[in-house]
Design a protein around this ligand. Structure first.
Ligand code: COA
Length: 217
């Protein structure tokens, strides 16, 4: 994720050992007692990375708990976590630099037709079909929308559906824009969220990675 975010954002990408690292007791309490092994491993890697990123900002490695599925960052900080098979990253920044952060990683592979139709608007599918064919573009649109949600939800506190943002990658620039549906513009304005968000993406090593951030005002 280092390649997708400004230097004010600390980035930690998990090593193999991080998936079996130590959780803070407050973090362990956020993990369901019935969580399967794969969930324990990804949750652990996310928290180990989050605390490493906090350390890189010069802050104590405080626990990162969970509320309503979202990570709760130590006061004065904001961050985001993502995991997919074999990859996990956490990013953190000081709130005086950054207001919102969203990162996402997905496997770079075709989405099933039904899944693609759930995630992508018809105009997005049309764009994907006409775009350079070395990339499975619906997976890029999917990842971008997950990053948008991770920015949207902590600020607005509400659900945002896949059909409520239109994502358009720029293959040459490695950027994407996400245009919110007009019905959500008033809510976006109320929370200081631009109605058109710009993020970055990269497709490499079998993964799609996306990142989005809003600078402090
Ligand atoms: C929450 C969601 C975005 C997570 O994305 P994902 O690709 O499934 O999974 P990732 O591994 O990338 O991210 C999971 C991490 O996201 C974080 N997360 C969960 N809910 C979150 C929220 N509401 N806000 C911010 N971050 C959140 C958590 O840190 C979680 O990891 P953890 O449980 O180990 O702490 C996704 O499951 C979801 O609910 N999406 C539907 C909403 C949406 O995407 N709308 C599109 C709007 S255009």
């Amino acid at each position: 994720m280092r390649d997708l975010l400004p230097p004010s954002v600390a980035v930690a990408v998990a090593t193999a050992a991080d998936f079996t690292g130590e959780l803070h007791p407050a973090e362990r309490a956020c993990l369901s007692a019935t969580a399967v092994e794969s969930r324990r491993r990804e949750f652990t890697a996310g928290r180990v990375c989050a605390r490493r990123a906090l350390g890189a900002l010069g802050l104590p490695a405080a626990p990162v708990t969970t509320h309503d599925r979202a990570p709760v960052w130590p006061p004065g900080t904001i961050g985001s976590i993502t995991h997919t098979a074999g990859y996990c990253a956490a990013v953190v920044a000081h709130r005086h630099d950054v207001r919102a952060l969203g990162v996402d990683a997905e496997q770079h592979r075709p989405l099933g037709e039904g899944v693609a139709r759930l995630i992508c608007l018809p105009e997005e599918l049309d764009w994907c079909a006409a775009a350079p064919d070395a990339v499975h573009w619906p997976s890029v649109v999917f990842s971008a929308k997950e990053s948008v949600y991770k920015v949207w939800h902590p600020l607005a506190g509400s659900w945002l559906g896949f059909e409520e943002a239109r994502v358009r990658p720029d293959p040459g620039a490695g950027t994407f824009t996400a245009l919110l549906r007009p019905e959500r513009h008033a809510e976006a304005a109320a929370h200081g969220i631009p109605t058109e968000l710009t993020g970055r993406f990269v497709v490499e090593g079998g993964l799609v990675r996306t990142a989005l951030y809003l600078p402090a005002r």
